[in-house]
Design a protein around this ligand. Structure first.
Ligand SMILES: [Zn+2]
Length: 263
């Protein structure tokens, strides 16, 4: 039993470090059946080690969900042929080549961002039925923002273009920004010229015209990016100058005046 609680508490700590949330103190005060339902326990493996591991994984996912919900955030669910989710910081397909969220990490957003996202999906459904959205990042706790800032090997003079300083915070830290791209109805991303988290001028909307003239970005790529921006703008989102995949539902200033930062 001691081993189980050891693993469980360690896992809770890991969630605090990665997906964040306000549950740490509550869990330390009494990590109990509040987080692990009896029905879930009946489904777990039979060996004691497997049982403990499965219990801790279940608790991790549950706590992450509850803690994000404590901040009023809502988990986005994928929609067949229209909305796809691949949390790039939950596996190694990001610039750090390692996960910074637990692999169970879902996509959580502020209700206002969700409202705008629904508008974008409506536009796609009515006007671009062959297209969907593929989301790569959603609400991001400040603890993760710090990790990204510290670990990103980008010259300081360039870093601010791609990452907000944790002291200032990112709109992601309020659940009011989304990183996403256009996809076909099977979830395959359209060609945008670079991947997510490409830290170079090719990723920057402000550089697009020059890079097109120099033959670095094709007309096809530019059209895809413009279409994404058009749809997101119509839905109420704002693009930013240095990352084609990032969209804010409101400014960082407004977000910080109205809402709490996810720690
Ligand atoms: Zn972003």
């Amino acid at each position: 039993m001691k081993i189980f609680w050891g693993i469980l508490v360690f896992s809770i700590g890991a969630v605090w470090q990665t997906c964040g949330g306000g549950l740490w103190r509550t869990s330390m005060a009494g990590p109990s059946s509040k987080f692990v339902s009896t029905s879930s326990l009946s489904k777990i493996g039979r060996s004691p080690a497997q049982k403990a591991l499965n219990q801790s994984q279940y608790a991790q996912a549950r706590i992450q969900k509850i803690s994000m919900e404590n901040f009023g955030l809502i988990q986005i669910q994928p929609k067949p042929k229209r909305l796809f989710i691949h949390m790039r910081y939950a596996d190694s397909t990001n610039f750090l080549h390692q996960p910074v969220y637990p692999n169970s990490c879902g996509c959580f957003v502020h209700p206002y961002a969700l409202k705008l996202l629904d508008k974008a999906l409506d536009i796609l459904e009515k006007e671009y039925p062959d297209l969907g959205l593929l989301i790569w990042d959603c609400a991001r706790p400040l603890s993760v923002q710090k990790q990204l800032w510290e670990k990103a090997e980008i010259p300081r003079t360039e870093k601010w273009k791609y990452l907000s300083h944790p002291e200032r915070g990112s709109v992601h830290n309020f659940g009011l920004a989304l990183d996403l791209t256009l996809a076909d109805t099977s979830g395959r991303p359209l060609d945008m010229g670079t991947d997510f988290d490409h830290f170079g001028p090719e990723a920057q909307p402000v550089m697009e015209d020059i890079l097109w003239k120099n033959g670095v970005l094709s007309e096809h790529v530019l059209n895809n990016r413009r279409l994404l921006r058009r749809i997101m703008r119509r839905a109420g989102f704002f693009p930013i100058p240095h990352e084609w995949w990032h969209f804010n539902a409101m400014s960082r200033r407004t977000a910080s005046e109205k809402f709490s930062l996810i720690p």
